[in-house]
Design a binder for this molecule. Sequence first.
Ligand code: ATP
Length: 311
Amino acid sequence: MSERDVAIKAVNLTKKYGDFVAVKNLNLKVYEGEFFCLLGPNGAGKTTTFLMLLGLTRPTSGSAWVCGYNVITHPIEVRKRVGFVPEAPGLYDDLTARENLAFTANLNNIARGVRERKIEELLEKVGLLKWADEKVGKFSRGMKQRLAIADALVKDPKVLILDEPTAGVDPAGSEEILSLLKTLTRDEGITVLMSSHLLHHVEKYSDRIAIMNRGEIVRVGSVGSLTKGENVIELELVEVNEDLVSRIRELHDVKSVERRGNKIVIVADEDIRKEVLEAMSGDLKKVLGMKFIPSLERVYARYVGEDAGGS
Ligand code: ATP
């Protein structure tokens, strides 16, 4: 690989099942230490992409490199460096958290002398030290996912790939998982590539996002670049006066202002709620409500369309 800081690279990666194209000419670069999210509806091809990157499914055409190793010719080297957390992690419910990690440490030939301390450190890192000796069968889905992350970290991977790690986890549990992943990228330089449906989480934590639909990446970029010009502010007033509409129109970053009955709908490059309120000055008591429509949701809906249902 020419660029030193590219952790994952895919070039025209394609997977066909018979005539059906599950992943089509996928081109992707994920940089070292980046938190990258593949966002897409069911069936978009996210899992298939991950399986190819892990050398677990052979691409029909195209190529990919992870940590500089070609996934087709050097799958073992790739798997040595990549921790994978599948959607349904294979943990043993009748073993404790500590025993589960000990099992994986054994499989990875972690020396006996360091094993116990390493397991202790990993349990602490994922916030499960208190439950170290509890059977995993009793854990919530969020706790199981965090244990699965610890399990994937046993071999000190440079890259973590996680398939829908927050699916079926409650909002507080999802926050814990995502902030843990963010810490791993920031403090340990681990590259995180995960898939998700959760737009608002993705918006908050990811460095970059790729929107995937029907096997193709349709948009890629930072949250800021994807949502530029997509911030919608809906202002509901007792009555709308033209003077106020003109004042809002003159604000920096405003793309369009539209009057809809007693509402003013503003589309802006940035989140300018504060500036809008400032522009109201004397009219503030006429405000009935202000709604900020999450911009990434609009971008996602536009690219994924009807397939976004339920996301
Ligand atoms: P989900 O969130 O549902 O897992 P996904 O984005 O991960 O969605 P994939 O699991 O990669 O999507 O599936 C992409 C498409 O490829 C789907 O239409 C799926 O039915 C199809 N597919 C996946 N694996 C196979 C297979 N082994 N044989 C035939 N078709 C498959």
